[in-house]
Design a protein around this ligand. Sequence first.
Ligand code: 4AD
Ligand code: MG
Length: 430
Amino acid sequence: MKTTISEVSKYVGQEVTIGAWLANKRSSGKIAFLQLRDGTGFMQGVVVKSEVEEAVFQTAKSLTQESSVYVTGTIQEDNRSPFGFEMQVTKVEVIQAAIDYPITPKEHGTEFLMDNRHLWLRSRRQHAVMKIRNEIVRATYEFFNENGFVKIDPPILTGSSPEGTTELFHTKYFDEDAYLSQSGQLYMEAAAMALGKVFSFGPTFRAEKSKTRRHLIEFWMIEPEMAFYEFEDSLKVQEEYITHIIQSVLKNCALELERLGRDTAKLEKISVPFPRVTYDEAIKFLHEQGFDDIEWGDDFGAPHETAIANHYDQAIFITHYPTKIKPFYMQPAPDRDDVVLCADMIAPEGYGEIIGGSERIHDYELMKQRIEQHQLPLDAYKWYLDLSKYGSVPHSGFGLGLERTVAWISGVEHVRETIPFPRLLNRLYP
Ligand code: 4AD
Ligand code: MG
């Protein structure tokens, strides 16, 4: 019977065959412990010299790291391992013997591992992070589907930019100029006017010369947009969404979180409602904490966000940022013109901004004026302006960065480990 490691609990006491790779091995003269992985999981295979044919034991003993094999044996419960099962191996068939696998069990430097990302993905740690990423993706679709949202795919090649023109990837579109999408938002606003509640999930690009643990050049964003939702309505969706993905990962990725050494108590603590702190209050707090490098009107840096989030030890919203440091489309606060109805959701433990969102301007004249003030080409935004011309309604939306969310929930320090093949400032390989 051919099966996978993920399914072995169904075969306790039975003989099965699994296609696998040798992750690691320990052996003595009498017994060999094979650390097997098959993509679905990791499991130990035990080969006892006195219980198998001599040739089988010799093959097992001489297996090299990352050799591919079919192993056959009986599945047994094993209470000592967190996985709970192991195989008493009776047969080993080598598919290919791998020679000199570059990533050995010893410590390697980050650049070396990044150069070997195509192989590094096979490690237990990377396997756990990718499984958690997958669970967040699954829980995202679940949340939005269960809440009446329609998935919409905005274009990747675009002629206009929502988040400012400095970080755009330029390309030629035959004879025209085009840009890789830095956010699908403007298209999602059009879709919300057609379908009510929509969400997108796709790659976005920022030609940003940032080399921090939070920045990727290519990253995946989830962008919900909701017609007739005002500012506070959107915050409620955000905190419920975040709580849903955290609960899903806690429930379905316990093994992976344990493998990563994640302190799950910190995740269990995340609950609605998230504290709401205005930008004004945040600036006052930072001054009280002795940050004299920031004034009203400045954007927060990582240390500022971390100081504020640490104070609450929770995911929080920072709201009502100064109009002048935010994009053109944000709705001004009702009582003052110098701040907008926006919120950044800041994760605890120093993971920083996970979500950026706002209520959108729905007044045609004001929108036109803002596009001009931001010196954006009216031509390229003509279609977008139509939205506030024909049946304009209050609406709100937000964008969640998948990789930063994976980093936070996995407890992984740097976003480069949260995407299979990261595009970084100095890295387009592999
Ligand atoms: O705050 P941002 O730039 O917001 C927007 O793009 C809005 N148009 C979204 C919307 O309202 N529909 O980006 C949203 C999120 C950030 O909070 C962050 O999590 C992530 O996207 N993000 C990045 N992640 C990795 N690398 C980068 N360079 C990122 N830039 C933004
Ligand atoms: Mg932002």
